[in-house]
Every structure is written in C-alpha cells, then in structure tokens.
Design a protein around this ligand. Structure first.
Ligand SMILES: [Zn+2]
Length: 422
C-alpha cells in the first residue's frame, strides 16, 4: 500500500482458501433461489464474519443475499455517494465444486503446472502466457479434479478483506460503503431478486472479472430468439403429399445461418448468432438462438437476418409455418456508463495506486452489473486476478488476490478524496 497500513486480521489468501472449500455450485433449471442449499452455508458464514468485523446493518434475506454496510468515517460523507461492492457466492454448474482441494504452488519458478490429482490436467505456459509474469508469486490451483471457484470467491474474499482492512485502518477516510454477496449468478437468476433500494448504493462495482488490470465497462447487448417450426405429422406409410416434416425444415434453417457469424468464428468486437438448444418432432420442432452484439444496430441486423432466413425456410417447405419470438436479455452497460466516466476513471486510479496497469476490455457476455446498471445502479466490473474460469485449470495467485484487495481499499479512499476536493 502507498501508506503504511495495518494488515488485515486474516489475509485475503486465508479467506479465499476457506471459502473455496464450501460447495456452492449453482444448478441450472431449479425453480427457486438459491438453486442449491450449499450457497446458504457461505452466505451465513459471510454474515457472521461481517458482524465480527463491525459491519452495520448486516441482513441475510430470504433469497440468500447478504447485505451490509460500513459507516462513513470521512467528514465529507453528506455528499459522497454510497459506494457499493458486489460478488457472487455460487460457482459454475459446468464443473464440480464439491471437495475443492486448493493447492498452493509457492514461489513459482516458471514452466507448466501439472495438477496432482489428474495427470491430464496441466496449466501450460503456451496457453497461459500470463504465467511468465507470475514468477515468484504463489499460484493457487485445484488438484485437477474440480474447479477452483475463484469465480467468484476471489471477489468475495477481496471484498471481505477490504472490510477487514478498513476496520483496522481508521486513518483511511471513506464514505458509506455498501457490500452484498449474491447467489446464482452463473445461472443468471440471482440478480433478478436483488433489492437495489435495500442495498442503498448510488454507484457500485461487481468484483467478478479476470486478469489483474482488466476493467469492464462494456458488455454485449443480448437477445434470445425462439423459433417454432409447425409441420404436419402423418403415418410414414401413407405420408406422400401429406406429411410436412418440421425436423427437415429445422435442419434447412440451420444450414442457412451464416458460418462467419457463429461464436466459433468470432472474437473481439464481432457479435454472433448461436443456436444452442432445440427439440425435434415431425409435427413441431423448436430452436433457441442467442443473438449478441455490442451495438444495437448490429443486434437489429442479426434479428432481421434471422427473421428473413425463417421466412425463406417457410417458403421452401410448402405447408410449413415458422413463428419467431425474440426477447431482450440484457443491454450493453456502456450505454449508461458512458454518462458516468468517473467510475472507470476512479477504478483506473485505484489500480495504479495498487501497482497494477489498468486497461478496458469489453466483455463478450453479460454481468450482474449490466442488469443492475439498467435498474439504476451504474456498475462496472473489476478484476479479481483469476484465470480459466469454469474449468479444472482455473487459477489465481497470492498477488492476484492481494492486488485486488488493495484496489478496493484505494477505490474507497479515492471516492472520498474526490468528493473532498470537489
Ligand atoms: Zn463470476
């Protein structure tokens, strides 16, 4: 830290190692929030720890979210906006989060990192050149049989350690800070029940990003198209001139989708059209296609193309009708955040004070913050130091966790400083 700060009562690494051992995997298709009971265990633990650290207004609500606040200690609090930090407690349904056995590779000397529990799992330097910058760091991996859960327990541990640091360093002046830990981010449903009013922040950050330095104030805009192909079933023995097989029409439609617009062929700022699920029966078949683009005009073009291809398919199959229903999923948060440039600017300044070189990167997906931004809580996303999310090769490091925590402490101070200067 730039000033001599008293260290936290528990290190961010210590917290992280405790939290990742709690199985909080969320589950697709559950009809309740949280989708799994394991998430309660971590949320209750965090509430207890927040109380022990002296946080105010600690509440766990019925939807498995913990809200808390750190009262202001700065004389300029009347005008300092309440600053919020959020992280999610669940881990991806894609890879098991049960029995996570974190392994610390102390004083990393370079080279590939084989994971001890599965010889097939090796973190390779050629695939992760960031490892070359991590020599001397303590790299944290799993044993190769589960995910690590750095997404997002790194964010959880960093926020908790920030609370700890602020409690032990009253000389760091800050306004009121709101913190929240939420469930079911990985299945997209937890944030729907988030109570922005109860949270009480005017601006916030999700701490749910990747490599050190990466700050996200831009996401995809997203729509979901559901196509239904209505054909006509008949006994195949007497089908001539009668049957209209909607399965063949569905396949015909798939072939019409442009190959250059599939996710496998796009990156950077190029959007895509991605059929990802469907059902097939002679009478009726259906297909779900997600549309993604950073610009609304690009998204409109993709929707128009999809509708045109659906009409072309219907014309090619006499007797077939195709219905298309399109729903908005989320919007590029930059539409709102461009009017709050100080959020990105302060995050850059906080990163630099922590000795990290910041950079902007658009996210080829959505975040809880993109939804919150459109509900009136501007909310960019900050790095956590983590890599290879949702996989057995997921890793983070001591430096990653410590620099993320330092960034949050600096950010709290910067908000109060800028207010004092104003
Ligand atoms: Zn995450």
């Amino acid at each position: 830290m730039t000033t001599n700060l008293t260290p936290p009562a528990e290190s961010v690494v210590g917290r992280f190692l405790r939290y990742v051992r709690i199985d909080t995997q969320s589950r697709e298709g559950a009809d309740r929030t949280p989708s799994t009971d394991g998430q309660w265990a971590l949320v209750q633990l965090l509430a207890d720890e927040l109380r022990a650290l002296g946080a105010a207004d600690v509440v766990v609500n019925e939807h498995c979210t913990v809200y808390a606040a750190i009262p202001a200690n700065s004389p300029h609090t009347a005008t300092t906006p309440v600053l919020g930090f959020l992280a999610h407690v669940d881990t991806s349904p894609a890879v098991s989060g049960a029995g996570v056995n974190p392994v610390i590779h102390r004083d990393y000397r370079g080279g590939d990192i084989p994971l001890p529990g599965d010889p097939a799992q090796v973190i390779r330097v050629d695939q992760h050149p960031v490892l070359e910058q991590m020599v001397g760091d303590d790299i944290i991996t799993t044993d190769g049989t589960t995910l690590l859960g750095s997404d997002d327990k790194a964010g959880v541990a960093a926020i908790m350690t920030m609370v700890d640091m602020l409690a032990h360093n009253p000389q760091v002046q800050h306004g009121r800070i709101a913190v929240a830990f939420t469930p079911d981010e990985e299945i997209g449903s937890g944030i729907e029940r988030f109570d922005v009013t109860r949270f009480g922040a005017g601006v916030a950050y999700t701490v749910d990003g990747g490599a050190l330095g990466e700050i996200n104030d831009e996401t995809f805009s997203a729509r979901l198209a559901t196509l239904t192909f209505h054909g006509k079933s008949a006994h195949p023995g007497t089908a001539k001139g009668v049957m209209v097989n909607s399965i063949r029409a569905l396949a015909d439609f798939l072939n019409r989708l442009p190959g250059e617009l599939q996710p496998e062929a796009t990156d950077g700022r190029v959007g895509f059209m991605h059929p990802y699920a469907g059902t097939a029966d002679v009478e009726t078949s259906s297909l779900k296609v997600i549309l993604r683009d950073f610009d609304t005009t690009g998204l409109d073009e993709k929707e128009r193309l999809l509708r045109t291809l659906a009409e072309d398919t219907a014309r090619a199959w006499p007797g077939l009708t195709v219905s298309v229903e399109v729903k908005q999923q989320y919007l590029n948060m930059h539409k709102v955040l461009k009017d709050h440039p100080q959020l990105t600017e302060y995050a850059f300044e906080a990163a630099r004070r922590a000795g990290v070189e910041p950079y902007r990167k658009p996210i080829r997906g959505g975040t809880d913050g993109s939804k919150l931004t459109f509900r009136g809580l501007p909310c960019p996303n900050l790095y956590t130091g983590g890599h290879e999310f949702h996989s057995k090769l997921e890793f983070n490091s001591r430096v990653g966790l410590e620099k993320t925590t330092e960034t949050l402490v600096h950010l709290a101070a910067i908000f109060a400083e800028r207010q004092a200067a104003a």
